[in-house]
Ligand binder design. Structure first.
Ligand code: AP5
Length: 214
């Protein structure tokens, strides 16, 4: 199955994607993770993306569309993928449709995870991520068993540069202006499944499964 996880920053897209991988053995394709890896490695892509990411703005469409066009052609994505953080604009969604048409594929479900802004700010200011595997924790809501150490791979946990309150608020504004229109876009295509994104991580996962027809 080919999925899109849609939702504002902090809605739990990455957290739910990890559970979906465990269940379906389908790769998560996160443009945020790909861009952060490029920034860490200091590649040309990373140098171009860093300023946009630090300011809480979107990286230009042509850059992320190029990333996705290549990534979806990789072998591990042939039986399905979970897109996390892409598309984020209407031109990105149109480009995705063209890429999928070329591959003779189609999106099965767009799952929109809905959470209010103040809860999102609480989640993101307390988020800690693993430097090695990208697993996401929260100092209060989802703490790791050993402080500062990833439960999954024992990597070191860190706080993202864009998880500061002013940048989070900017990301939320960008989401409502540029990404939220995708809800109507996919609703029109009959692919949108809305789920309430507050509750325990497990409760939300059972809503994801239900939305995916499981
Ligand atoms: P990206 O990395 O995609 O960030 P985002 O969309 O802002 O989403 P997040 O990763 O912040 O949140 P999430 O929904 O995955 O939440 P998580 O599961 O971690 O993008 C970063 C930047 O890259 C963008 O700003 C942009 O510059 C650039 N970019 C990326 N894609 C792009 C694109 N397509 N086009 C242009 N630019 C692009 O959970 C958050 C926290 O909440 C965690 O601490 C978690 O433990 C906790 N949590 C999760 N679920 C629950 C729950 N049910 N209850 C309580 N806490 C919970």
């Amino acid at each position: 199955m080919d999925f899109i996880l849609l939702g504002p920053p902090g809605a739990g897209k990455g957290t739910q994607a990890k559970l979906m991988i465990d269940k379906w053995n389908t790769p998560q394709v996160s443009t945020g993770d790909i861009l952060r890896a490029a920034v860490r490695e200091g590649t040309t892509l990373g140098v171009e993306a860093k300023g946009f990411m630090d300011r809480g703005e979107l990286v230009p469409d042509r850059v992320v569309i190029g990333i996705i066009a290549e990534r979806l052609r990789e072998e591990d994505a042939t039986d399905g993928f979970i897109l996390d953080g892409f598309p984020r604009t209407i031109p990105q969604a149109d480009a995705l449709q063209e890429i999928l048409d070329d591959l003779g594929r189609n999106i099965d479900h767009v799952i929109s995870i809905e959470v209010d802004d103040e809860e999102l700010v609480n989640r993101l200011t307390g988020r800690r991520m693993c430097k090695e595997c990208g697993e996401s924790f929260h100092v209060v809501f989802n703490p790791s068993a050993r402080e500062g150490i990833c439960d999954r791979c024992s990597g070191e946990l860190y706080q993202r540069d864009d998880d500061k309150e002013a940048t989070i608020r900017q990301r939320l504004t960008v989401y409502s202006e540029q990404t939220q229109p995708l809800i109507a876009y996919y609703e029109k295509q009959g692919k949108l499944r809305r789920i309430e994104g507050t509750g325990s991580i497990e409760e939300i996962f059972s809503r994801v499964l239900k939305a995916a027809g499981n």
